[in-house]
Design a protein around this ligand. Structure first.
Ligand code: FES
Length: 384
């Protein structure tokens, strides 16, 4: 049905948000080199929403139809009101998922989550070696993560591990999967790095080669064949090595709504990097207005805004032109076709990035961490 967007007739059919992602704090004890959070995250670490403000946002989103709740960060466990927020989410009927590095998860807290009705915990793991774990996160968290994995299992949660894959751990995919199996994982997501935020800064250093990627996929398939249905393994292919872009967030303003630590309402994680958009904030606007009426949410909804070559492309419904943030970050034009697409006039930017990642001079540059005072190079065998 045609609807009116700020007085402009449009063929966009508005959907309700199904997912609410609460990026509850940008504070984090880890400093991962591949973090997708904004590089100017410290601008957004102050003025975090209060417990009451979060609960109000949860209620509003639930009323609009959101049913899946992700609680992430930063590290959400740095806030001491997650128990209260989880319990409220349960009462409201959300399926809730805590997305955590494990730092700050204690017996007492996990017990409270269980009692409060938290449905799911997703734990990030980084490698089978202490060196790479500590290097890539710029912390000493290797042993802690294994303890937390056991704690999650002991409390009867399905064990869901998320492993971001990059040049430093891609050769260990078979061993990472064996470690996950030994820990009793039910689901493992091997998420190849997507290049936003800090990972874009470190792209040449993090990006694997095409051969490494093919080998990692082969190892994943061999593991899947061996374990069958005992463990589900998702291998998320990096879009730089694909011919067509991803339908980012399943479409701008289609199913995902993100509320950030300071209350900004976004259609995707990186949207604040886009020029000329003012995002609503829950302290000034209701979520209903943000989703349905705000100019920012309507800007790239549907297909009316598409430019060539997407406008006349017979595949446009599959990807809606790809990712707006990736287009802007790489080409400087937020409305351009995602450069990943081989039909994009900017595809050369992706091919050049792949080439750069093979250039030893660029690849060996020190990595810049979230705390950029700590840029460093990986030295094999270094446990620091
Ligand atoms: Fe913003 Fe893809 S991350 S549209």
């Amino acid at each position: 049905m045609a609807q009116m967007n700020n007085g402009v007739a449009s063929s966009v059919t508005r959907k309700q948000p199904l997912w609410l992602l609460a990026e509850i704090t940008y504070r984090c004890p880890l400093h991962c080199a591949f973090c997708y959070n904004p590089t100017d995250y410290d601008k957004h670490t102050k003025n975090e929403l209060s417990t009451e403000e979060w609960i109000r946002a949860l209620r509003e989103a639930r009323k609009m139809g959101a049913i899946q709740l992700g609680i992430s960060g930063g590290e959400p466990l740095l806030r001491d009101d997650i128990e209260e927020i989880v319990a409220e989410a349960h009462k409201l009927g959300y399926y809730s998922n805590l997305i955590t590095s494990g730092v700050g998860l204690t017996e007492k807290r996990i017990q409270a989550f269980k009692e409060g009705g938290l449905d799911h915990i997703q734990l990030s793991m980084h490698d089978i070696t202490e060196e790479i774990n500590n290097f890539i996160t710029n912390t000493k968290t290797f042993e802690l993560k294994k303890k937390v994995a056991a704690m999650i299992k002991d409390h009867g949660y399905p064990m869901v591990l998320n492993v971001v894959i990059h040049r430093y751990n891609i050769g260990h995919v078979d061993k990472i999967l064996e470690m996950a199996e030994a820990l009793g994982a039910d689901y493992v997501e091997l998420a190849n790095t997507q290049y936003y935020g800090w990972s874009l800064v470190n792209r040449s250093q993090l990006m694997p080669t095409r051969e490494q990627l093919a080998e990692a996929e082969r190892m994943t398939n061999a593991f899947r064949e061996r374990v069958g249905n005992k463990m589900k393994v998702f291998f998320v292919v990096p879009d730089y090595f694909a011919d067509r872009p991803k339908k980012c967030m399943n479409g701008w303003g289609e199913v995902f709504m993100i509320v950030t630590a300071n209350g900004d309402v976004l259609p995707c994680h990186s949207a604040r990097a886009l020029p000329g958009l003012t995002f609503p904030n829950v302290r000034e606007h209701g979520l209903e207005w943000a989703w349905n009426e705000s100019p920012a949410f309507n800007k790239y909804r549907g297909m009316d805004w598409l430019k060539e070559p997407c406008r006349s492309c017979d595949e446009k419904e599959k990807d809606l032109g790809g990712c707006r943030c990736q287009s802007y970050l790489l080409s400087g034009d937020a409305e351009a076709a995602d450069p990943v697409c081989t039909k994009s006039p900017h595809r050369h930017l992706i091919d050049e990035a792949i080439k750069d990642s093979e250039n030893p001079l660029l690849r060996e540059q020190p990595i810049i961490f979230r705390n950029d005072k700590n840029s460093k190079k990986y030295v094999e065998g270094d446990k620091e």
